[in-house]
Design a protein around this ligand. Structure first.
Ligand code: COA
Length: 380
C-alpha cells in the first residue's frame, strides 16, 4: 500500500463520510434524532409534508409554509404520459425496479433538470416526493388489470396513495399509519442509499440522477429489501410454537433472519418501537389481523433468544423492517411493494442529503487498496 493511503475498515464501518444536520443515529443507545427531534416525537406529531419541510428547509413549517408546500406538492402528483408509458412497460417488474425506471423520467417535467441551485433542488425534491406514490399506485392498478386512478387533490399524500391503490377512500387510521411509517423511515444517517445519493450529488450531478441511484442501492435485501421476506417468514412459521425450530433451521442453513441485526444499532432500533406501536393500533382496528401481530411479537422474542444463543456477541436486535412488514400489510399492500413504499418515505431524506451535498460542493472520491498482481506480462 502506498504511504499516503490508510486501510479502511470493511464496508467503511465506523468511517465518518460527511457532516450533516439531517439526522443522527446513536447505535449504542438506540436513539435516532432527525433535524433536532427524536424519531418518537416526529412520528407522533409531524406529517410527511411537515417532516419533509424540516429536512429540506431546516425547520418545521409555519402554517403558511405548510399550506404552500402541500399545495405545491398536490400539483406535482400527476404523472406525464411518458412516465405512465414506462410504468406500463415495467408493469410486471418488481415495484422497486419499476420505480427506478419511472423515477428517471421525472427529470423530463422539470424546468431545469440539470440545475443544482437550492431552488432547482427544492422543485425536484417536491416533484419526486409527490410523484413516487402515484407511480407505485399506478403500477399496482395496471398489474391487476385495473384502470389507473388520477390522484385526488383533497387528500393527504398517504390517504391519496391508498385511494389510488384500493379505489376507495381509506380508513383514516390506515392513512395515518402509512404517514407515520413514511416519517419514521425518512432519514437515517449515512445509510447505503443515502451515501450513494451523496456520492452522485458530489459530482455536481442533479437531484433526479442522485435519487435514481439511491433507489438502486435501496433495493438490496441487506438494506431496504427485508420487510417482504419478514412477512413471508411469519406466514411460513404460522404458529408461535413453530418459531424456535424454524429459526434454528434457517441459521443452520447459513441464512439470515430478516428484520434483525443492524450495522449501527447494537440495541433495539428505535424505529422498530415506533412502528410496533403503529402496527399494534392498526391490528387492533382490524381484528382479523390481530393474530399476525400477536405472532410477530412472539416470533420476535424467540428470534432474539435464538440469535443470542447461536450468534453470541453479535448483538442482533430487532430492526425497522420487522414491524414495517406488519404496518404495510395492515394497510393492504403486497410484500413485493414494500421496498417501493420504503422509497416513498426515504425519498425526502435522499433529497435533503442532495441539497446538503450540493451546498457542500466537494467531490466524494475515496481510494482503494490494490491487492492484485503488479508485474504481469502480455505474451512471452
Ligand atoms: N441473522 C443471522 N445472522 C446475522 C444476521 C441476521 N439477521 N445479521 C447479522 N448476522 C450475523 C452474520 O452472519 C455474522 O455472523 P458471523 O460473525 O458468524 O459471520 C455477524 O452477524 C455479523 O454480520 P455482518 O454481516 O458483518 O454485520 P453487518 O453489520 O454487515 O450487518 C445487516 C448488518 C443489516 C446487513 C445484517 O444484520 C443483516 O443481514 N440483517 C438481515 C437483513 C435485514 O434485516 N436488513 C434490514 C436492515 S435495516
Amino acid at each position: 500500500m502506498s504511504s499516503n493511503v490508510t486501510a479502511t475498515p470493511r464496508g467503511l464501518e465506523g468511517v465518518v463520510a460527511a457532516q450533516t444536520k439531517l439526522s443522527h443515529v446513536d447505535g449504542q443507545n438506540g436513539v435516532l434524532i432527525v433535524a433536532g427531534y427524536s424519531i418518537e416525537e416526529l412520528a407522533a406529531h409531524a406529517t410527511f409534508e411537515q417532516a419533509a419541510h424540516l429536512l429540506w428547509r431546516g425547520h418545521l413549517p409555519s402554517k403558511d409554509e405548510l399550506a404552500k408546500l402541500s399545495a405545491e406538492m398536490v400539483e406535482q402528483r400527476e404523472l406525464s404520459a411518458v412516465t405512465l408509458e414506462v410504468i406500463r412497460a415495467a408493469a410486471k417488474a418488481p415495484p422497486i425496479d419499476m420505480l427506478r425506471m419511472a423515477c428517471a423520467t421525472l427529470s423530463l417535467g422539470l424546468r431545469d433538470p440539470n440545475s443544482i441551485t437550492p431552488e432547482a433542488d427544492f422543485a425536484a425534491a417536491m416533484r419526486l416526493a409527490a410523484a413516487f406514490p402515484t407511480i407505485v399506485a399506478a403500477q399496482s392498478r395496471i398489474a391487476k388489470g385495473e384502470k389507473v386512478l388520477a390522484p385526488r387533490k383533497d387528500l393527504s399524500l398517504a390517504a391519496n396513495f391508498l385511494y389510488m391503490v384500493h379505489g376507495r377512500e381509506p380508513d383514516p387510521a390506515a392513512a395515518h399509519a402509512l404517514d407515520a411509517y413514511w416519517v419514521t423511515v425518512m432519514d437515517h444517517g449515512m445509510n447505503a442509499s443515502t451515501f450513494a445519493a451523496r456520492v452522485i450529488a458530489s459530482t455536481r450531478s442533479d437531484m433526479v440522477s442522485a435519487v435514481t441511484g439511491a433507489l438502486g442501492a435501496l433495493k438490496g435485501p441487506l438494506h431496504g429489501g427485508a420487510p417482504g421476506p419478514v412477512l413471508d417468514m411469519l406466514l411460513e412459521i404460522k404458529t408461535a410454537d413453530r418459531a424456535d425450530a424454524w429459526i434454528r433451521n434457517e441459521l443452520a442453513q447459513g441464512r439470515r433472519i430478516m428484520g434483525f441485526g443492524h450495522r449501527v444499532y447494537k440495541v433495539r432500533d428505535p424505529r422498530a418501537e415506533v412502528l410496533s406501536r403503529v402496527a399494534e393500533k392498526m391490528q387492533g382496528a382490524k381484528l382479523e389481523n390481530r393474530g399476525l401481530f400477536e405472532l410477530a411479537r412472539s416470533v420476535e422474542q424467540t428470534a432474539l433468544k435464538v440469535l443470542a444463543e447461536v450468534k453470541p456477541g453479535r448483538n442482533l436486535r430487532t430492526n425497522v423492517e420487522f414491524y414495517t412488514a406488519l404496518v404495510l400489510q395492515a394497510v393492504g399492500l403486497q410484500p413485493e411493494q414494500f421496498v417501493a413504499m420504503f422509497a416513498c418515505g426515504r425519498v425526502a431524506g435522499w433529497a435533503a442529503h442532495v441539497i446538503e451535498q450540493h451546498k457542500e460542493d466537494h467531490l466524494i472520491r475515496p481510494q482503494s487498496e490494490y491487492i492484485g498482481p503488479k508485474a504481469s506480462r502480455i505474451g512471452s
